[in-house]
Design a protein around this ligand. Structure first.
Ligand code: SAH
Ligand code: MG
Length: 216
């Protein structure tokens, strides 16, 4: 990538500000790498970009802006009830995201406010449901699959197995929270990353725990 391309793949100041202000778990440097991958995939394939793990829309902002530029869409899947580690009593719980009437996490209202405020709602299709169930009825090719959902082996493996078959031949597979050292975090995303390499993907780039892969 030349310096000009690198500059071209950086988000505009207002998009970056909306991303930084959004609730979520994507560090800025990894977000910039995700954005560059998304801009490239949208431009090269002209196909929708799919995210597993919308949460409050933090990373979705970046995919939506990349999709907007290429005239395509960002699709994002979440049941909006939170992952295991986000439930009450767990490390990543945010009590402000509990629906008091239901007594369970509901990240959809914050997600919608975030995308609306960023002006990116027209470029996003939010798919509310469990990832493998959505994938099972999905029938269109994707330019990018970004796996950032549940972190158990069950969920990470299901996300990989459900969505990779929908990825276009020249599309990009992006995996978040890849920690080769168990001391840094859970190993499920790392295991699907290793599986992708074993199944013919090649690494394009790595930034922190973000891995960008392409079929070799
Ligand atoms: N991408 C977000 C963080 C995602 S957190 C950001 O940038 O901040 C992980 C999300 O995955 C949670 O919102 C959780 O509800 C969702 N999730 C976990 N398992 C899921 C499953 N099987 N199907 C759909 N969503 C799931
Ligand atoms: Mg993550």
């Amino acid at each position: 990538m030349t310096e000009t391309e690198r500059t071209a793949a950086a988000p505009a100041a207002e998009v970056l500000a909306a991303f930084e202000a959004a609730t979520g778990f994507m560090p800025v440097d990894e977000g910039l790498a995700l954005y560059a991958a998304a801009v490239g995939a949208a431009r090269d394939t002209n196909l929708p970009l799919l995210e597993v793990g919308s949460y409050c829309g933090r990373s979705t902002i970046l995919l939506a802006d990349a999709a907007r530029q290429a005239g395509t869409l960002a699709l994002t899947v979440d049941h909006h009830r939170g992952s295991e580690e986000q439930q009450p009593g767990w490390e990543y719980h945010d009590a402000s995201l509990v629906d008091p009437e239901v007594g369970r996490m509901d990240t959809l209202p914050r997600f919608r406010r975030t995308l609306y405020a960023a002006g990116l709602e027209p470029y996003v299709v939010a798919l509310v449901g469990r990832s493998p169930q959505v994938a099972a009825v999905w029938g269109a090719p994707l330019g990018l699959v970004f796996v950032d959902g549940g972190h158990t082996d069950e969920h990470a493996t299901a996300d990989y197995e459900s969505w990779v078959p929908h990825l276009a031949a020249d599309g990009l597979l992006v995996i978040h929270d890849v920690f080769p050292d168990p001391a840094d975090g859970g190993q499920a995303p790392y295991r699907i990353y290793l599986r992708a390499l074993a199944e013919g993907f090649a690494e394009v780039s790595a930034h922190g725990s973000l891995r960008v892969l392409r079929r070799g």
